[in-house]
Design a protein around this ligand. Structure first.
Ligand code: TRP
Length: 335
């Protein structure tokens, strides 16, 4: 077999450290990141620079950045196998993002739905970073020639933009960047709010009962599951008009591997109370070992910072080469 065929595809993904991860982050992203390590060369990044597009409290951002990294390790990212680093520790991302910004059109950025949503939500702070955010995200991906990017629907448009910018750069200069593809995982169910199941579960929701955090204790998880909004027909079945029950079934299915049909049978003739307790139990069981590991890692600052330092150094070795190549191609003088 040729080297080309044997080379594992490279995956890059990032998550913002804007708060403790939710059950939605876990099922939709974090959990899958660990399982990709066998088949792919993985680079995982805590996207602290992206967080600055919204006002952050400096001490909280610093704390949450380490917490995010600790949680990723606790959830199964093995730093001996994959690279785990903090975005701002690899200056090449910002260096490339400027060049890419100069190859991204105002019109393209204006069409980003996340920009429109976020600028409506933070009308008092529609800053330039919020607008050029996709150029930084493109740099995150292209600086490593990532083949695949696991993204949720809300980031798909940004990934498409990254592809377009890469293509444009390649055509204008010479083949430089790999065109990244979205990586669509197995089911990767989208987990909805427990209170308004037509909205995505979000840690920034003002109602704390609408989300489960990866750090919530067993009592809190049970209480939040019990309070989850369902409907009045009392039958555990997925489908139209039953968004709350369907969401709870998605959670239970994702964590136990049971199909919707299995679940409907399991709870046939039983009320929502029993079902909700079972859902809570599956979450508690999934989080128990992760929470223990998380506490251990967070308490060991030397280990955690050591992992991040090594991750940043290894990532920089790849990324710096790309920046040097790109700087040269666009005509910047190399001494
Ligand atoms: N923008 C992504 C989010 O908010 C996080 C992110 C930053 C990312 N850079 C990335 C995701 C590169 C994938 C690839 O969820």
């Amino acid at each position: 077999m040729s080297d080309q065929m044997e080379r594992k595809k490279r995956i890059l993904s990032g998550i913002q450290p804007t708060g403790t991860f939710t059950l939605g982050n876990y099922i939709g992203a974090v959990r899958n990141w660990g399982s990709l390590q066998e088949d792919f060369e993985c680079l995982y990044m805590v996207a602290d620079l992206h967080s600055l597009t919204v006002r952050q409290e400096p001490a909280a951002l610093r704390r949450q950045t380490r917490e995010a990294a600790a949680m990723l390790l606790a959830a199964g990212i093995d730093p001996k196998v994959s690279l785990l680093f903090v975005q701002s520790h690899v200056p090449a991302h910002v260096q490339l993002s400027w060049i890419l910004s100069c190859n991204t059109q105002f019109g393209e950025l204006s069409r980003m739905t996340q920009f429109k949503d976020k600028s409506a939500k933070h009308a008092d702070n529609v800053n330039a970073g919020l607008f050029t955010y996709p150029a930084l995200m493109a740099a995150d991906i292209l600086v490593y020639n990532a083949d695949l990017v696991p993204v949720g629907v809300d980031q798909k448009q940004h990934l498409e933009l990254a592809r377009n910018v890469a293509q444009r750069f390649n055509n204008l200069y010479s083949p430089t960047f790999t065109l990244p593809e979205p990586y669509i995982g197995k089911t990767g169910a989208k987990i909805m709010s427990l209170q308004e199941p037509d909205k995505k579960m979000s840690k920034s929701d003002s109602n704390a009962n609408s989300f489960i955090l990866m750090t919530d204790d067993a009592d809190t998880i049970l209480r939040k599951c019990k309070r989850a909004v369902t409907d009045s027909d009392g039958v555990v079945r997925a489908g139209d008009g039953k968004p709350g029950v369907t969401n709870l079934m998605s959670i239970y299915s994702s964590l136990t591997g049971k199909t919707f049909a299995d679940i409907e049978k399991e709870f046939e003739g039983q009320g929502y109370g029993v079902f909700k307790e079972a859902v809570a139990g599956s979450v508690i069981d999934a989080f128990r070992p992760i929470q223990a590991e998380y506490a251990r890692i967070l308490a060991d600052r030397e280990y955690l910072d050591g992992v991040l330092k090594e991750g940043a150094a290894a990532a920089s070795r790849i990324a710096d080469r790309m920046v040097a190549k790109v700087y040269k191609k666009v005509g910047l003088v190399q001494l």
